[in-house]
Design a protein around this ligand. Structure first.
Ligand code: PFF
Length: 456
């Protein structure tokens, strides 16, 4: 009898064989993927759109009961199949799950194409804070921001950032990604902690915390804009539903305690979001810049902060340098995980070398990102579609695949790596009964709200 060919044997020509150096290496890399500009820029922007603590509460709830089981599912899918994001869904669910692999690819490429533009702005702002005085007032900051976010500067920043990301990923899992995240993540935490302490002593600190984080209005819990914001922020910030963590999990060994690692990743990500809010809001309140933050997706990070800091003289410049450096580190550790999705998929599907797969992906993403680099409106739409709708839809598909199509795989992988059966049962229950309906509602609200905002 001929040996049975399971679908991946037909599709895969170069199953990944690299491994992480240690469990800590994986956790820091996965936390690096989660912690990114979304924590620093998205959290402040979305938290300031009127939701207050209702937004924060919904966000935390979604993270724990909806995202965590899905994140674990994504890790299980990667480790148990040993295949890249394009192929793993077929291995677990059969040929009918092929579109999910393509969706992972499209989302990761789509997000990275504008994410690297944002990285470019961040790098440019860092250089500016290092070399010259910060803009003196809000008008100056806006004019400066328009200068860096359009035209040649933006394109150059996008290309350089993408090139840097390519260098890290081309160096490999251990020598590139793990080496970077092991240095960058601890550094990021130290810098953020220092900024947090500094911000706590600003005159507007208490007002900042209370206006944005502690304002309680129960009606906001059912407000579609708040729900959409909490959902988008939770999924984008954890970064599940796109295959990046899946790709990382293929390099895990069988004994790695996935559920504990997932909790560590989610905990670090949430901590950074809240800490970043506790830096941004006091600055914003101290200098009366609230409208700048809630009025534009990019306002918080690139306009309000430098303006506020400028009035503090040289000390403000030091803070700006630290802030943009930490933002750049957060961004590049996320960007490498996004690039790993197409790169590992090309290696697995076509048997290409890592270098070839990486640089071809970089070239394609560089071109795809040009419209976002040239027009902020395009960037915002890309974010709404890929970072919003696609990501959440990917999360839903993951919950259905591992909760309903292949629950035995979820259970076996987790129990086999030492998770207590009661915890596995609770996670599986949430994955089957809580995540899918909750994500489906979140998805419908997101699409409807988005359509309304585009129409009006
Ligand atoms: N979580 C990252 C952020 O908050 O900026 C963005 C991101 C990275 C999204 C990786 C998705 C992903 F797969």
């Amino acid at each position: 009898m001929p040996p049975s060919l399971d679908p991946p044997r037909l599709f895969s020509r170069g199953r990944p064989s690299e491994r992480w150096g240690s469990s800590l290496g994986f956790v820091l890399a996965a936390a690096g993927s989660a912690v990114g500009l979304g924590n620093l820029w998205g959290f402040a922007y979305r938290a300031s759109q009127g939701g207050g603590s209702a937004f924060v509460l919904l966000y935390l709830l979604i993270v724990v009961v909806v995202c965590l089981p899905v994140l674990v599912a994504e890790m299980v899918l990667g480790r148990s199949t040993g295949h890249a994001p394009l192929i793993a869904p077929v291995t677990a669910g059969g040929r009918r799950w092929r579109p999910l692999g393509w969706m992972f690819l499209a989302s990761a490429v789509g997000i990275l194409s504008y994410y690297s533009v944002l990285m470019g702005w961040t790098g440019r702002s860092l250089l500016h804070a290092l070399t010259g005085p910060l803009p003196a007032d809000i008008g100056g900051a806006e004019a400066y921001f328009i200068g860096i976010s359009t035209g040649g500067d933006a394109v150059l920043g996008h290309l350089l950032s993408l090139g840097l990301t390519g260098l890290v990923v081309a160096a490999g899992v251990r020598a590139g990604i793990e080496r970077l995240t092991k240095v960058a993540m601890p550094l990021l935490f130290v810098m953020l902690l220092a900024l947090l302490l500094w911000a706590a002593f600003l005159p507007g600190a208490v007002e900042g915390y209370s206006t944005f984080l502690l304002r309680w209005d129960p009606a906001k819990l059912s407000d579609p804009a708040t729900i959409r914001n909490a959902f988008t922020q939770a999924f984008f910030s954890i970064g599940t539903g796109i295959g990046a963590i899946l790709a990382y999990a293929t390099y895990l060994n069988r004994t790695s305690p996935i559920s504990g690692e997932a909790v560590a990743v989610v905990g670090m990500d949430t901590a950074v979001g809240l800490m970043a809010g506790c830096v941004t809001f006091p600055v914003v309140a101290s200098f009366g810049l609230g409208d700048v933050v809630s009025g534009s997706t990019v306002g918080a990070l690139f306009i309000a902060l430098p303006t506020g800091l400028a009035s503090l003289g040289p000390a403000g410049r030091v803070v700006a340098v630290v802030f943009f450096l930490l933002a750049y580190l957060a961004a590049i550790t996320s960007a490498v995980s996004l690039l790993e999705v197409p790169a590992s998929s090309l290696m697995d599907r076509l048997g290409w070398s890592r270098r070839r797969a990486v640089w071809l992906s970089v070239a394609a993403i560089a071109v795809l990102g040009l419209p976002s680099a040239l027009d902020v409106g395009v960037l915002e739409r890309m974010d709404a579609v890929f970072g919003g709708v696609f990501l959440i839809a990917g999360g839903l598909a993951l919950a259905l695949l591992l909760g309903w199509r292949a629950p035995a795989r979820y259970r076996a992988d987790l129990e086999g790596s030492g998770s207590p059966p009661a915890l596995v049962a609770a996670l599986l229950f949430a994955l089957r009964w809580v995540s899918p309906p909750a994500i489906a509602v979140g998805l419908v609200v997101s699409i409807a709200d988005l359509a309304r905002s585009w129409a009006g």
